[in-house]
Design a protein around this ligand. Structure first.
Ligand SMILES: [Zn+2]
Length: 235
């Protein structure tokens, strides 16, 4: 029959494997985060470029409205100019036409500049769209390989946990409880005696307690570091 020490050692092997698999699983997270960050940066640049275009388009519409208004007013000015007969009134009407003409000319040149700026900004949007698409294409393989690795690790973890679960019956409940409590604080709970000392912390174990521990026999606790100790066949 398998000794309790052997049963617990085998359980500990499973736990080591489970811990390794869990560490591998956690190691995937920063890789995924890095991919997400890069993609978010590209998407953010695109969103900002689009917002800038929208703001400029709003200004364009406002300016176009203003010009239309001024042109309508100018038509009225010209009609008035045609209607006046007296020289003094004609001079005043002429000045009004001239001033409106300048305002409209200024607005139209601003509108042209705005149109050129918008064309550049739309080109930036297109470039940002292409950049985001490139990042997504470039990341597709990396994301798939992370997905595959995760599935593979999770399957291995499930297997390892099932295997471990099948072994707990061979260890007494109080000992299993102690073992599990120790493992919440350290990666390994069960160590062999090394000569006369604890295999973990090297503190000498009193002879009386050592003598009590036989191969495969009672498990003791190191009073210095708190791990479980057993006597290995070769020790
Ligand atoms: Zn110790």
């Amino acid at each position: 029959m398998q000794s309790e020490v052997d049963a617990l050692l085998s359980l500990q092997e499973d736990d080591t494997r489970i811990a390794e698999l869990e560490a591998r699983l956690h190691a995937l997270d920063p890789r995924l985060t890095a991919l997400d960050r890069k993609k978010e940066a590209a998407a953010g640049a695109l969103a900002r470029a689009k917002t800038a275009v929208e703001t400029e388009e709003r200004r364009q519409r406002d300016l176009q409205g203003k010009i239309a208004q001024h042109k309508a007013m100018q038509e009225k000015n010209l009609a008035q100019f045609d209607a006046v007969k007296r020289l003094r009134e004609a001079t005043a009407a002429m000045a009004q036409v001239e001033s409106a003409r300048r305002i409209i000319a200024d607005d139209e040149s601003e509108l042209q500049a705005l149109g050129r700026r918008l064309a550049e900004m739309r080109a930036t949007v297109a470039a940002n769209e292409a950049a985001l698409a490139a990042v997504e294409a470039e990341q597709a393989d990396a994301r798939e390989s992370i997905r595959n690795e995760r599935a593979e690790i999770e399957a291995a973890l499930e297997g390892a946990r099932n295997e471990r679960g099948g072994k707990t019956g061979a260890v007494s409940r109080p000992l299993l409880g102690k073992y599990d409590r120790i493992r919440t604080r350290r990666p390994k709970a069960l160590y062999p005696l090394r000569g006369d000392s604890c295999g973990n912390c090297d503190t000498a174990i009193p002879m009386q307690r050592r003598n009590h521990m036989s191969v495969g026999g009672p498990i003791d606790i190191c009073e210095a570091c708190g791990v479980l100790l057993y006597r290995a066949a070769s020790a």
